[in-house]
Design a protein around this ligand. Structure first.
Ligand SMILES: Cc1ncc(COP(=O)(O)O)c(C=O)c1O
Length: 386
């Protein structure tokens, strides 16, 4: 195809320039201004949570979130293994140690059974970082019950799940602190940015303080704590305000794309879209698909076949416990030795990594384009199967 099909690229709604223009007209291009304040308020309204702080990235939001939860040098932090490195790098920034937790086949997200098991070895973790992978909420009833029983706070990494809900409640409500990302490939973008959501003003004020270089309320620059330059600019927030206006449309289109893929793979026994589960209403930021154990095509065969047709796709996240940079970190799986033997891997997330792909889920894709991509995938699989 001449026109490149992207995995998930920025998709402007039309009103972004209005807010940017306003910032220019009032000279509020920096440092803050009305767009930042309004973007935070509009996100609070959308998510249904009282406080938000607009930040430079999702990663910086996780960093400040961990600091607020009191995570410090030497602490243990339980963290989903099946995720992007932006989830766990901030654990290292604060000098804590991630202990990675396996996924289950039900949600592809953190396994409640593995989480419970992790307490046997590490009874006092400082926090649990739970990821909502590719737009799918984690199993929060179970995870929150375990966290509550052990008195551990949750940081919900909803970077990929804006617009998704769990049992009727928007993701971004399930952590003591929750975060979003607005980087270029997310469901809505501010070109780069993030948001921290919380329940009380004291949290919001403290995070804001750290994000703006920990300036004490003195007439001169007075600093009593280390600070960060993590605030979102008024221009980026203007893009975000315009993007929020079309968020519902974007979620609808992502779900529509997912439904088209599901239909296209219905009769193919070698591939399935990522399963959903009761109570989860995924935003399908990316439609993931998993190959069956007896499929002869590999995820790279499919990625290469799509690339040859100018279509972007990518592997699932390579689990963090298998990354060289985290080789010294512990990992907990719920699998027994017999189960490991049966699946041929030491973890569910490795098994899924080696059999999954992220299909192009760009909200600008037409139905014809989605079907065209699905047809390449089906053809690649059947050719290998011969
Ligand atoms: C699951 C997850 N966590 C964290 C991040 C980090 O967000 P950012 O790129 O805005 O720093 C991302 C995305 O990039 C992500 O997908």
């Amino acid at each position: 195809m001449e026109k490149r099909i992207y995995l998930s690229s920025p998709h402007m709604g039309g009103e972004e320039m209005k807010y940017i223009q306003e910032a220019f007209d009032t000279n509020w291009v920096a440092p803050l201004g009305k767009n930042v304040e309004m973007f935070e308020k509009e996100m609070c309204d959308y998510i249904g949570r009282p406080y938000a702080v607009a930040l430079a990235s999702g990663t910086s939001a996780i960093h400040l979130g961990l600091m607020y939860l009191g995570v410090k040098r030497g602490d243990i932090v339980f963290c989903s293994s099946f995720t992007f490195s932006g989830t766990c790098n901030p654990i290292m920034y604060v000098g804590a140690k991630p202990v990675f937790i396996d996924s289950d086949y039900k949600s592809y997200n953190m396994s409640p059974a593995a989480l419970e098991k992790a307490y046997e070895k590490y009874p006092n973790p400082a926090a649990i970082v739970v990821v909502n992978l590719y737009g799918q909420p984690a199993e929060y009833d179970e995870i929150r019950a375990i966290a509550k029983k052990h008195g551990t706070p949750i940081l919900e990494d909803s970077a990929e799940s804006l617009g998704a809900s769990y049992k009727g409640v928007q993701t971004g409500n399930f952590g003591d602190i929750s975060i979003f990302s607005f980087n270029g490939n997310k469901i809505i973008t501010t070109s780069g940015g993030g948001m921290l959501m919380c329940n009380d003003k004291a949290t919001r004020d403290k995070v804001l303080f750290w994000a703006t270089q920990s300036r004490e309320p003195f007439p001169w620059y007075q600093h009593e704590e280390v600070g960060y330059n993590y605030r979102m600019s008024n221009i980026c927030a203007g893009i975000g305000r315009g993007q929020l206006k079309v968020l519902s449309k974007r979620v609808e289109q992502k779900r529509h794309i997912h439904a088209l893929y599901e239909k296209a793979f219905k009769d193919n026994p070698y591939i399935d879209t990522v399963p959903t589960f009761d109570g989860a209403d995924s935003s399908f930021w990316l439609t993931g698909a998993t190959l069956s154990k007896d499929c002869k095509a590999t995820f790279m065969d499919i990625i290469n076949a799509l690339a040859a047709e100018n279509v972007e796709s990518r592997p699932a996240w390579k689990p963090m416990h298998t990354q060289p940079v985290f080789k010294d970190c512990d990992f907990v799986t719920q699998l027994s030795d017999a189960e490991k033997k049966e699946i041929g891997f030491n973890s569910v997330c490795e098994d899924l990594f080696y059999r999954s792909i992220c299909l192009p889920s760009d909200s600008k894709m037409t139905d014809e384009e989605v079907n065209y991509v699905a047809a390449i995938v089906n053809k690649t699989i059947y050719e290998k199967q011969k």
